[in-house]
Design a protein around this ligand. Sequence first.
Ligand code: ADP
Length: 410
Amino acid sequence: MFTTLDLRSNRLQGTSPFAEAAFTMPESAVRNPNILVIGDRAAHLALLHTTLTAYQYAVWVETLDAPDLWSLFTFHQPDLILLDLNLPGVDGHAVCHALKSDESTRDIPVIFLSAQGSVLDKVRAFEAGGADYLSKPFDVEELVARINTQLNQQQQRQAIRTHYERERDHYATQSEIKDEVIRTAAHDLKNPLSRINLLLKMIEMHGDVNDGRGRGYLDSIQESAQNIRELIDTVLDIDRINQDADLDLSDVSINDLLYHAGQRYGVVAEAEGILLEWTLLPEDIVLQLDVRRIDQVLQNLLSNALKFTPAGGTIALFAEPTRHGGVIIHVQDSGIGIPPFDLPRIFEPFYRVRGGAHAQAEGTGFGLSIVKRIVEQHGGEVHAASREERGSCFSVTLPRLRPKSGDHTV
Ligand code: ADP
């Protein structure tokens, strides 16, 4: 026997052998769904309230002779509305129509409850935007099943909507980045190209490329060509990384990474009169990483540290384990530091610090945005701490597991 809720007699008839099982809530009910019941008779509403509350819904009832709908939604938005079609003095279809015409209530599913149950009545209910229709008296299980169906569908619709909104924002950002890359690249290509043109004219006038001056012109041309090449490489990098291409993951030893980066940049640092101290982890950590990209992260951070640390300074490259098996890699320098005003923005694409010694350094402002993107692709984070004239420290946290759905342990 099913439990029947007879709104005409205000009684629960019988008990269901499946009552316990029917208490199983849909996934959407993790946060007890809010249900607003709009009806006319207090006794009916009280019965519905008790019944549905037992099913773990947060129920809220309104007896409205002429419902002032909008004041109902000022503070509270229900997840679903049960609407009695036979409100005195009010056409339930019109109420539903009004709900569906307003942006703030349009998406709330409405289930009609009606004592009439004629086909015409049902057709009108759906025409008014109702999601479902139940004739009185009805089984509690049926009511609960229909409520759950609507809540689940609503949850799916919401998930799809959120997904599309994210996609839209992502593509909007991507296309803004692309536009900016093209603008910046076109602008930055002009200088070395004009230099090359000028130098070629000089060679033509000079007429000899084998003497000291001629060779000097050729060296400058080579340098300008190299600038162009680096700029094009950066633009291609950004494009490739923004395409979100899959990571090429493999087991990577953090100590191997530190060792190779330390070796490679130690030589460059020495040539510039800077001491690069690199330390291995006492116990190596192996993580699933795209080794080429993580290497690119260290290259960017170390070449920045070299660029912004005057001769006589030091750079430290070291790592520490996190509590959950991940690692934090630090690149710390004793260089010129970053002004507090600029610090929050340095990971934005194209952002460059304009003032002081920063202005003299060559660069595109792309490097740190690439670092951030790669680290985030691995489910990690990058932070910068800095004090002017004292130095900067960039810390890259890489988790042991890449997140599958947004959450991860670091
Ligand atoms: P760029 O190609 O200009 O170096 P980045 O994105 O790598 O671009 O860095 C953005 C800006 O952040 C740089 O222009 C520089 O002013 C500042 N910056 C980055 N790393 C350091 C550092 N280690 N010390 C001081 N300033 C830094």
